[in-house]
Design a protein around this ligand. Sequence first.
Ligand SMILES: [Zn+2]
Length: 288
Amino acid sequence: MYEVRTAVLENNKKTSIITIVLFLIIVALEAFFLYITLTGNSIAVEAFAPIEFSENVTYNNNKLYDKEDFFAYTIPQPIYEEGIPSKEIMVALTFDDGPSSYTSRLLEILKKYNAKATFFMVGDNVGYYPDVIKQLLDYGCEVGTHTQSHANLNASSNDQIDYQIGNGKKVIEDITGQNVKFLRPPYGNKNQTVIDICQSKGLSLILWNVDTEDWKSRNTDTIVNKFLNDTDDGDIVLMHDIYGTTIDAVEILLERLTKKGYHFVTVSELYKYKKGISLEPGKAYYGM
Ligand SMILES: [Zn+2]
């Protein structure tokens, strides 16, 4: 009988302890949630808020994504000098064979989307459009030479190469008063003489790694699709500002891609922001 009574008392004691512990836990939880509710405290935000995504920043990709569902984490990125963090998507649009009657419209589109570009001009054309050349430079675009008369430098004598590059550079400088520092050789053709002359005249050779073939299709949709399929982060893209279809394609691409956070920069900016380097005379650059 005594044992039974003791057992019952022991049981009651255990039940009481469990009840008290549960009560204390509930009180503690209540107090915690009341604290969060009243203070809107950042403990709750930091601990439970979903990670915020940014559509403007990319992290580990090396590809232009043209998908509506593309998002990426915001992470710290190195910044070379002043400018855009190196990990962000940057593309250098380049336009050959102008200037033309289309160039001023292209400039307005670039301005609308805060995009910069690099122009490689044919010396024979520059005298017809002096104002737009100055406006391009004032806005922050870069201008290089595409030789005096679009010569195939690999099929030219040394004297011809010297004239094509030297005069092509000079006619732009006469208009702008600024040093021309870039050559894009027509057809991408260059030999050691071309390289040596560029070195002596302070010119870097700017080639490309994406050809939109805008000169071949002259079709806006084809140019847009080729660009989206072929272009990666860090690329130099070849286009021509002598076709209306190219200008239309650029407008579509800038409208779609700048709002996704892509940066359209000059060739110098591309290397400065991506690699932290300046372009050197006599060296060839193809994009990354
Ligand atoms: Zn050309």
